[in-house]
Design a protein around this ligand. Structure first.
Ligand code: ZN
Length: 353
């Protein structure tokens, strides 16, 4: 990209890296104060307490609840329009050839101010067969902070026959939650949640979340959260929707394969278990004063999770910006390799390779 083709400094900056503004659509559950604190923002006087998700570099709209969610860059361009205008710059030729002009990834900060309902997301096979959608919604949680004793729930401990699952969904009582594996989490945990696996995030858990780019959820628990039945089951008949649910068991061994400690990475390495790679990548870059960290060119949401330093992109005229905990940057593939200097940790959320 030669600089002479760029009309002004604002769009030039967006082509190298953009600081992503807060993008917190209203949701049915509480939360959001940890997002504001992480981002270094005051709680606004009109804060309604229902802003628990910050959608980062989103080309996805909410399935219900108003349909917001798409990211607008700081020069006012909607991200899908920016991508469409120069897809090779943003996504790189290899990604473009394999996946077309969509990142195939939705990244969020999520602050659970209350326990989320037990829900699941369809996998790709079910979404293609019944929802006319190429993506399911496998997701992953990178725990950035958690209140003492806070937990998540993932997968049925014992296999649940289809009629028992239907009975539990009909009853809408505590048994749906207690049938799941309960997992205490702390900052540094990472979990992969395959499409189909029922799950819930507990109160006080703050995560960086990667997902396939849909908003398709089967809300197994919905009554106590006041969700409409039509939205709770994706507009499908309930028995059909429940066919998308993995009825288990998810054993201790199975759970181990879905977990990792992202804080164990020194230098550059994967935050997520291997099986995530088919859907998305999360790369930890940890720089120390005597050891910069580097990453290869990629369309990436770079979230500074610890410390302070500089981020430099490599190609064209190099561009360096000061960054610190809570900064979120969108870096296009065409900006080149990235280099971190200082004492900081960045997690780069990227499409599958
Ligand atoms: Zn989920």
């Amino acid at each position: 990209m030669s600089e002479t083709t760029v009309p002004d400094e604002t769009s030039h900056a967006a082509r190298v890296m953009s600081r992503l503004p807060l993008n917190t659509p209203h949701r049915f559950y509480r939360g959001g104060e940890r997002i504001l604190a992480f981002r270094g923002l005051e709680v606004p006087p009109d804060f309604d307490g229902h802003r628990p998700e910050d959608w980062l570099a989103s080309t996805t709209r909410l399935f219900a609840e108003g349909g917001d969610g798409v990211t607008v860059l700081d020069d006012g361009t909607r991200l899908p329009d920016a991508l469409a205008a120069d897809p090779e710059h943003w996504l790189g030729a290899a990604h473009l050839a394999a996946h077309g002009v969509e990142p195939g990834l939705l990244t969020k900060l999520l602050d659970a101010g209350e326990r989320l309902p037990v829900h699941s997301h369809p996998d790709r096979t079910f979404a293609a067969a019944h929802l006319d959608c190429a993506h399911g919604k496998t997701e992953a949680w990178i725990v950035l902070d958690a209140a003492p004793g806070a937990c998540v729930w993932l997968g049925f401990r014992d296999e649940l026959p289809a009629d028992e699952l239907a009975d539990l969904v009909e009853a809408q009582d505590h048994r749906l939650l207690t049938a799941l594996n309960r997992i205490e989490v702390s900052a540094g945990d990472a979990l992969l949640v395959p499409g189909g696996q029922p799950h819930a995030i507990g109160e006080g858990v703050f995560v960086l979340e990667l997902q396939e780019p849909t908003d398709l959820s089967v809300m197994l628990e919905h009554r106590r959260f006041g969700l409409e039945q039509a939205h709770a089951f994706l507009g499908l008949d309930i028995p059909r929707a429940l066919e998308s649910v993995d009825r288990g068991p998810l054993t201790a061994e199975g759970l181990t394969a879905l977990r990792r400690r992202w804080t164990d990475v020194g230098g550059t390495g994967h935050a997520l278990p291997e099986d995530a790679a088919e859907f998305f990548r999360a790369e930890v870059l940890r720089a120390r004063p005597d050891a910069p960290a580097t990453g290869a060119a990629a369309f990436a949401v770079a979230v500074v999770v610890e410390g302070h330093g500089t981020l430099t992109t490599g190609t064209g005229p190099p561009r360096t910006t000061e960054v610190g905990r809570g900064d979120v940057l969108l870096v296009p593939h065409g900006a080149g390799d990235v280099r971190l200097e200082g004492e900081l940790t960045v997690i780069r959320c990227m499409p599958s390779a």
